[in-house]
Design a protein around this ligand. Structure first.
Ligand code: ARG
Length: 230
């Protein structure tokens, strides 16, 4: 595992979400957190010469934990937004994402976000999808869940009409349950993920430097390929 090395550097706490495939999720076999974000932060730590101790929690907990300075680093597919940037520092962007809709494979009345009026749309609380729905779809009935898994389960069971969430996560679920789920419409809002820090953290610069090195030397591409390659 990348959790302990022999760099002899400082150990920093890293807050992450407990379930956001394929960025962070529990590897049942090893009992350790795995995924794109986990590989990336371990590679950054190795490059920058520090150790990481990973703690997983609910997504809202990552955001508030960073605001309260409870952890040194946060990585959780967190979108860089102006609002968050008022209370949290962000690294340079490390992943281009966006929002997308999924519906039941049998659904014929929702073809895009233009068909959401009067529909029940599920997403995870405290995320950019929740804000997007509030701002752009006041006529939809928004149901927020503490975890996104429940939202997809309700969609499969027909209890909600659609799920709105981050493109890579929606695509992952749809690919794994093409019998029951499908995506509709285009990417709704372009977003970029950033690594989070408490305001004015001195780590931002080191992490940005290590990220840049990994982008230049192919380390980033290897991780990308592992999680998103065909
Ligand atoms: N990118 C969205 C946001 O920042 C959703 C992130 C969800 N991430 C997670 N680890 N559950 O609000």
């Amino acid at each position: 595992s990348g959790d302990s090395g022999d760099s002899g550097g400082e150990t920093y706490t890293v807050a992450t979400d407990n379930n956001f495939v394929p960025f962070e999720f529990l590897d049942e076999e090893t009992g350790e957190m795995t995924g794109f974000d986990m590989d990336l932060i371990r590679a950054i730590a190795e490059e920058a010469g520090f150790e990481v101790e990973i703690e997983s929690m609910k997504f809202d907990g990552v955001v508030t934990g960073m605001q309260q300075g409870k952890y040194d680093i946060g990585i959780a597919g967190m979108t860089i937004t102006d609002e968050r940037a008022e209370t949290i520092d962000f690294s340079d962007p490390y992943y281009d994402a966006g929002l997308m809709l999924a519906v039941h494979a049998d659904n014929t009345d929702i073809e895009s976000e233009d068909d959401l009026a009067g529909k029940v749309v599920a997403t995870r609380s405290g995320t950019t999808s929740e804000t997007y729905l509030q701002d752009n779809h006041p006529d939809a009935e928004v149901e927020t869940f503490p975890g996104i898994v429940e939202a997809y389960m309700d969609l499969e069971a027909g209890r909600v009409d659609a799920v709105m969430y981050d493109v890579p996560n929606v695509q992952y679920y749809v690919a794994n349950d093409a019998e029951n789920l499908k995506t509709v419409g285009d990417v709704l809002q372009g977003e970029q993920y950033g690594i989070a820090f408490p305001k004015d953290s001195e780590l931002v610069e080191d992490v940005n430097e290590a990220l840049e090195t990994l982008i230049d030397n192919g380390g980033y591409d290897d991780i990308y390929e592992e999680w998103f390659g065909e």
